[in-house]
Design a protein around this ligand. Structure first.
Ligand code: SAM
Ligand code: SF4
Length: 429
C-alpha cells in the first residue's frame, strides 16, 4: 500500500513541477510514507526521521513531510513531538499539501514535468481504500477508514497509462481487495480482473490482500480463466484455532477456511498459496498455537508472513492483556519459521523438472538474470540468457526454500507474436 501511495504521490509531485524520486542529496523535500500496522514499523519511521533531520540541517531550504497511517494515527501531536517536521498530511486527501507547495515554490514551477522515463516493469494500483472488517488486533480501519472503491473505468485507465509507460505486471491493491465493489455498477473483483485483463500489452495481473470471507468461487474461476491473472492467492488466515479466530474477530472457522483453500486449489491448476499468521495474540495457549502449527503442516503454503502480535493502541485487543511473554512469542515465531522453511523447500524441490515462466526484473550481483514466476517465486536464470523486461520460460533445475534455478531458457509465451500474454500458459511451476 505504501508503494502504491508512493507512485500516486510521485505523479502529483510531477504535476506541480517537482522532480519525483531524485537523489536525497539533490532533494528539497523528503516525504516519509509511514506504516502503523505494528509497533516496530513505527519505530523504524522515528529512526528514519532522525536520519532525515541530519539531512535537513545539511542545507537551508530542505523540508521533511510525513504521511501514511502514522500521520492519521498520531495527527498533529507529531508536529509537537518532531519540531523538524514541516508538513503532515493525510495521503487520502493531499490537495492541501500540494496547494501549499505550489504557493511556496511558485516561482520555480514551470508546470507539469514529464515523469522520468519509467524503468519499472511492475506497478501497484490501489483499487480501494479502507477496510470494513474490525479484526480486534488491527489499526487499519482506524487509520484508513471505511472501504471506498474506485470505478472500474478509472482503474483500467490507470493500468493502460502504466502499460504505455512500459509496465508489464500490475498488482491491484486493497486491504480487503476481494470486497471491491464499483461504486456505479456494483461490479466485483472478478469483473474488475476481467476488465484489467483486457488492457493490451499487460502481461501479468495480481491482487492483494484478500480476506477469506470474500474469497468466492467466481474469483477462483476468474483466476483460472483470465490469461494475465497469475496463479497466486494470498489468503491471510492469521491463526489455526477457532477460539483464537473468534477473539481476533476473523468471522470464519478453520474448517470454513480450509474449504475455501480446497475450492481454490481445485479450480486453479498450479496455484501458489501464501498467508499471514500472527503468533502470541492475547491469551494464545500452547494448544491454540499448536492448532496454527497443524494448519501450516496441513495446508503447506508456498510462503507464510509470520508476525508476533504487537499491541495497537485504540484497537479492541488493546483492552485485553498482552499476556504471551516476548520470549515465548519469539519461540513460537521461530518454531513456525523453521517448519515453513522445510515446507517451502519441499514444495520448491517438487518443481524440479517442471517449466516456469519468468518476467526478468534485473541481474544478480554475479550477473545472472532474475525475476518472478507467475506463482510469485523468485527464479534465477543462467548468465546471459535474458535481460530485464523479457519473459522467459525455462526448466527448473534446482531449488532452495526461497528461489528456483532455471536452465534451458526460451522466450516466454507472452512475448511471442502479439506481445501480449494471451498465448497459452506455461505448465504451472
Ligand atoms: N487485510 C488483510 C487480512 O485480512 O488479513 C491483512 C492486512 S494487514 C494490514 C497485514 C498483516 O499485518 C495482517 O495480515 C496481520 O498478519 C498483520 N498485523 C496486523 N495487525 C497486527 C498486529 N497488531 N500485530 C501483528 N501483526 C499484525
Ligand atoms: Fe486489518 Fe485486514 Fe482485518 Fe481489515 S481485514 S481489519 S486490514 S486484518
Amino acid at each position: 500500500m505504501n508503494d502504491a501511495d508512493h507512485e500516486m504521490l510521485a505523479e502529483r509531485f510531477a504535476e506541480v513541477g517537482f522532480l519525483p524520486d531524485c537523489s536525497l542529496d539533490d532533494a528539497d523535500i523528503a516525504v516519509l510514507i509511514t506504516c502503523a500496522v505494528r509497533q516496530n514499523a513505527e519505530q523504524k519511521v522515528f529512526g528514519k526521521f532522525r536520519e532525515l533531520t541530519e539531512w535537513k540541517r545539511g542545507r537551508p531550504g530542505r523540508a521533511i513531510a510525513m504521511t501514511g497511517c502514522m500521520a492519521v494515527e498520531h495527527g498533529s501531536s507529531l508536529l509537537r513531538k518532531l519540531p523538524d517536521l514541516d508538513y503532515l498530511f493525510d495521503v487520502r486527501d493531499c490537495d492541501g499539501f500540494f496547494a501549499r507547495l505550489q504557493s511556496i515554490y511558485a516561482s520555480d514551477l514551470g508546470g507539469r514535468l514529464p515523469m522520468p522515463a519509467s524503468d519499472r516493469l511492475l506497478a501497484f494500483v490501489s483499487v480501494m481504500g479502507g477496510c470494513n472488517e474490525m479484526c480486534t488486533y488491527c489499526i487499519v480501519p482506524f487509520v484508513r477508514g471505511r472501504e471506498t472503491s474506485r470505478p472500474v473505468t478509472e482503474i483500467v485507465d490507470d493500468v493502460s497509462r502504466l502499460v504505455e509507460r512500459g509496465v508489464r505486471e500490475v498488482t491491484l491493491l486493497g486491504q480487503n481487495v476481494n470486497s471491491y465493489c464499483d461504486p456505479g455498477t456494483g461490479a466485483g473483483l472478478p469483473e474488475l480482473l476481467a476488465a484489467v485483463d483486457s488492457v493490451p500489452g499487460l502481461w501479468r495481473l495480481r491482487f492483494l490482500t484478500s480476506h477469506p470471507r470474500n474469497a468466492v468461487p467466481a474469483l477462483f474461476e476468474a483466476m483460472r480463466d483470465l490469461p494475465t491473472v497469475c496463479e497466486q492467492l494470498h489468503l491471510p488466515v492469521q491463526a489455526g484455532d477457532d477460539g483464537l479466530l473468534r477473539r481476533m474477530r476473523r468471522l470464519y472457522t478453520v474448517d470454513e477456511y480450509l474449504a475455501k483453500i480446497g475450492a481454490a486449489r481445485a479450480t486453479v491448476p498450479g496455484l501458489a498459496l501464501t498467508t499471514d499468521i500472527i503468533v502470541g495474540f492475547c491469551g494464545e495457549s500452547e494448544a491454540e498455537f499448536l492448532g496454527t502449527e497443524r494448519l501450516l503442516s496441513d495446508v503447506r503454503y508456498d510462503t507464510v508472513h509470520l508476525q508476533a502480535y504487537s499491541v495497537r493502541p485504540g484497537t479492541a485487543a488493546a483492552r485485553r492483556p498482552d499476556d504471551v511473554p516476548l520470549e515465548e512469542k519469539k519461540r513460537r515465531l521461530n518454531h513456525l519459521l523453521d517448519l515453513q522453511r522445510r515446507i517451502a523447500l519441499e514444495r520448491n524441490q517438487a518443481l524440479v523438472g517442471r517449466v516456469a515462466e519468468v518476467l526478468i526484473e534485473g541481474t544478480t550481483e554475479d550477473g545472472r538474470p532474475f525475476g518472478r514466476t507467475r506463482q510469485g517465486k523468485i527464479a534465477i536464470l543462467p548468465a546471459g540468457s535474458a535481460v530485464a523486461g523479457e519473459l522467459r520460460t525455462g526448466t527448473v533445475a534446482g531449488a532452495t526454500a526461497w528461489q528456483l534455478d532455471l536452465r534451458a531458457v526460451a522466450p516466454g509465451a507472452g512475448q511471442e507474436g502479439s506481445g501480449s500474454a494471451r498465448a497459452s500458459r506455461p505448465e504451472a511451476a
